[in-house]
Design a binder for this molecule. Structure first.
Ligand code: SMG
Ligand code: MG
Length: 369
C-alpha cells in the first residue's frame, strides 16, 4: 500500500478530572493523531507522548519533530505491505518509541481495512471482550479517595489500581483494605522508590495486592530483581520495559513476574505482540496499560488486549472515565460484567468524528508524496 499522504495533528483533550501520579499531574491531555492515506483508505494512530518528559523522555514536541523530520521522510510515498517492513525502515532511528508507535498504529488500521478485517483479528486476537480495570490517581485525602473507589466500583470496575508514593502508601492501602477487604487491588509507584526503601516496601506484602507496578527507577531491571526476591507481592514492570529485548532480560533475571504492555512505550503494536508472545511462552501473564488515550489509541489498546495472554484486567476504561465527548463513535462503554467489547468492524472498528477532531486541533500539517 502506497503511503500517499500522512497527516499530523496535535490535539488537546480536556480531562473530566485531573490525574495525579507520584511525579506529575495532568489536567489536559495533549497528543498527536497520525492519519495515513492509502488506496482511498484512511488509517488512524495515536502518539501518546505527553506535555512534559515525566512518564518518559518523549513529549508532543519531540514526537512532532521526530515524526516530521525523520519518520515521515523515511516512509512517505513508500509501498508498504506489512508492519515488519515499516519497522525495518525505522530501524536507523534510535529511541522515540511513542513517535514510531503513532504511525505504526495508523498502518495497522489501513492494512486491516484493506483486508476488510479488524485490527484485533489482524493481530491474532481471540477475545470478543476485554477485562476493564481502572487506574485511580492521588487525591487530597483518604476519605475522598475512598468515595472515588466506591463510585468506580458502583460503575462496574472490578479491579482498582491506586497510584502510590512515599507518604501516600501504607496508610492509604490500609484504609482501602479495611473498607474493601476482598477487592482486586494493585498499586503503581511510577518509579517513586529506591532499593534503599526495601524494608518499607516489604510492608506492602500485608495488603494482598495483585501486584506492585514499577516501584523502582524508570529504567532499572537489576534492583527490581533484588526487590522481587525480597517481596511476596508480584512485581509488574511498566516504564522499565521499552523493547522486547528488555522484556526477555527482565524475565531472565526475574526483575518482574508480570508485564504491563503499552504499545506506545515499546514502539508499537508489533513489539507489543512480540512481548505478549514471549510472556505467553514463559507462562508470564500480561495486561494492557493506558496513557489516557482518546478513542483512537483506546481502540488499538482494546485490539491488543484481545490477544490470549492478556489474562489480567487492563487499564482500559470506558471513554466516559476520561472525556465528556470522545473523538470516536461509538464511545467505549463498560458492560455489566466489567468488560469492554472488542470492535469487529474493519480496522480499528470505530468511526473517527472529523468535526470533533478538528475542534480540538492545535497544530496541523499534511505531507504528500
Ligand atoms: O489510561 O487509564 C489510563 C491511565 C493508566 O495509570 C495509568 N497510566 O504509569 O501506568 C501508568 C500511568 C501512566 C499515565 S501517564 C499519562
Ligand atoms: Mg504504570
Amino acid at each position: 500500500m502506497k503511503l500517499e499522504a500522512i497527516e499530523l495533528r496535535q490535539i488537546t483533550m480536556e480531562l473530566i478530572e485531573p490525574f495525579e501520579t507520584s511525579g506529575w499531574r495532568e489536567t489536559v491531555r495533549p497528543c498527536i493523531i497520525v492519519a495515513i492515506h492509502s488506496d482511498g483508505l484512511t488509517g488512524y494512530g495515536e502518539c501518546v507522548a505527553g506535555a512534559g518528559p515525566w512518564y518518559s523522555y518523549e513529549t508532543v514536541e519531540t514526537a512532532w519533530h521526530v515524526l516530521k523530520d525523520f519518520i515521515i521522510p523515511a516512509v512517505l510515498g513508500k509501498d508498504l505491505t506489512s508492519v515488519e517492513a515499516l519497522q525495518a525502515m525505522l530501524k536507523p532511528i534510535r529511541g522515540h518509541p511513542m513517535a514510531k508507535a503513532g504511525i505504526e498504529a495508523a498502518l495497522w488500521d489501513v492494512l486491516a481495512q484493506a483486508k476488510n478485517i479488524s485490527v484485533a483479528k489482524l493481530l491474532g486476537g481471540t477475545k470478543d471482550r476485554i477485562e476493564s480495570g481502572i487506574s485511580i490517581g492521588i487525591y487530597k485525602d483518604i476519605p475522598t479517595l475512598l468515595d472515588v473507589i466506591e463510585e468506580r466500583r458502583a460503575q462496574g470496575y472490578r479491579r482498582i489500581k491506586l497510584k502510590i508514593k512515599p507518604g501516600w502508601d501504607l496508610e492509604v492501602l490500609r484504609a482501602v483494605r479495611q473498607r474493601f477487604p476482598d477487592m482486586a487491588l494493585m498499586a503503581d509507584a511510577n518509579a517513586a522508590y529506591t532499593i534503599a526503601d526495601l524494608s518499607h516496601l516489604r510492608q506492602l506484602d500485608e495488603f494482598g495486592l495483585m501486584m506492585l507496578e514499577q516501584p523502582l527507577d524508570y529504567d532499572d531491571l537489576i534492583d527490581h530483581s533484588r526487590l522481587q526476591r525480597e517481596l511476596k507481592t508480584p512485581i509488574c514492570l511498566d516504564e522499565s520495559i521499552k523493547t522486547p529485548d528488555d522484556a526477555r532480560k527482565a524475565l531472565d533475571i526475574r526483575a518482574c513476574t508480570i508485564i504491563n504492555i503499552k504499545p506506545g512505550r515499546v514502539g508499537g503494536l508489533l513489539n507489543a505482540k512480540k512481548i505478549h508472545d514471549l510472556c505467553q511462552e514463559r507462562g508470564v501473564p500480561v495486561w494492557c496499560g493506558g496513557m489516557l488515550e482518546t478513542g483512537i489509541g483506546r481502540a488499538a489498546n482494546v485490539a491488543l488486549a484481545s490477544l490470549p495472554n492478556f489474562v489480567l484486567p487492563n487499564d482500559i476504561s470506558a471513554s466516559a472515565r476520561y472525556w465528556k465527548e470522545d473523538i470516536i463513535e461509538p464511545p467505549f462503554v463498560l458492560e455489566h460484567d466489567g468488560t469492554i467489547k472488542v470492535p469487529t468492524g474493519p480496522g480499528l472498528g470505530v468511526r473517527v468524528v472529523r468535526e470533533r477532531l478538528e475542534r480540538v486541533t492545535q497544530r496541523y500539517q499534511i505531507f504528500r508524496a
